[in-house]
Design a protein around this ligand. Structure first.
Ligand code: BJW
Length: 228
């Protein structure tokens, strides 16, 4: 069986990283139009860098939780194909031991030159003035996908979804496209669909099954079932 798993901010919530849209989440404290669009970065790059430098520091202090760890166990021990797609820019899946993670919204660990597209390992503190190691221009930005930009690895993700027998969404509100549309795409090609989330989401009605609860409980339970 081929499994495609999509994770969102909810899987890292119990590691102490804020989600976006829950009560007290990132977008209740900040206006996304000031931070998560290329226009915001063009207007005030220092403010955007300050926000991402703070979040990068929080990620460094966080540890993977049993949900990340159980998915790494699934990748290692499941006899079929497991494709993990994450919307998260943290590296908790990798630090839990997952060997191949598709980061569709980029990574905190990467810097991107807004001028020439060169990528390099992010320093702890990033500033727009930092020169690009390839072209030398001062156009350093976080290597993350903002609203209006095209998510990464879409061909690979859509290919995996088209071949999937089971699509599982974990800890995502199902409000941000194209990821929010994956469940509909998976259904179209005959995949079974399962949602694991704290509560029902914007896409719940499209899933064959929804299990609600904290990721650290319901994800390891599901992985145990898959490996039994
Ligand atoms: C727990 C839990 C626990 C909590 N256990 N669960 C109108 C209609 C349709 C689309 C559009 C439209 N207008 C504009 C668009 C497109 C736009 C979009 O979707 N807008 C919507 C808001 C309407 N999308 C884009 O612009 C995207 N690009 C695009 O579409 O390009 C066109 C294209 C696509 C494909 C091919 C070719 C062309 C880009 C979107 C970029 C999103 N970027 C961000 C920031 C990334 C960097 C960063 O981290 O700062 O990505 S925004 C933010 O939202 C981040 C997340 O990855 C993303 C999704 O959030 P997520 O993960 O779902 O988190 P939450 O907080 O929303 O939900 C958490 C869930 O966890 C909740 O359900 C909780 O219940 C649950 N939970 N604790 C289990 N303990």
């Amino acid at each position: 069986m081929r499994i495609v798993i999509l994770t969102g901010a909810g899987i890292s919530a119990e590691s102490g990283l804020s989600t976006f849209r829950d009560k007290g989440g990132i977008w209740s404290r900040y206006d996304l139009k000031d931070l998560a669009t290329p226009e915001a970065f063009a207007r005030n790059p220092a403010f955007v860098h300050e926000f991402y430098n703070m979040r990068r520091a929080n990620v460094r202090k966080a540890k993977p939780n049993p949900a990340h760890e159980s998915l790494a166990r699934l990748e290692k021990n499941y006899p079929g194909e497991v494709t993990l797609v994450t919307q998260n820019v943290d590296d908790l899946h990798e630090r839990a031991g997952h060997s191949r993670v598709i980061h569709m919204h980029g990574r905190h660990g990467s810097a991107l030159c807004a001028e020439c597209g060169h990528r390099w390992e992010a320093p702890e503190v990033m500033r727009v003035e930092d020169p690009c190691p390839a072209c030398g221009r001062p156009a350093t930005r976080p290597d993350v996908v903002w609203f209006g930009e095209i998510p990464y690895h879409m061909d690979e993700i859509l290919g995996a979804l088209a071949r999937a027998d089971l699509f599982v969404a974990i800890g995502t509100s199902g409000t941000v496209y194209p990821a929010a549309g994956f469940v509909a795409q998976a259904r179209e090609t005959g995949s079974r669909t399962l949602e694991l989330n704290l509560e029902s989401s914007a896409q719940t009605r499209l899933f064959d099954e929804t299990r609600t609860g904290p990721a650290t409980e319901i994800v390891p339970q599901w992985v145990d079932e898959m490996l039994a």
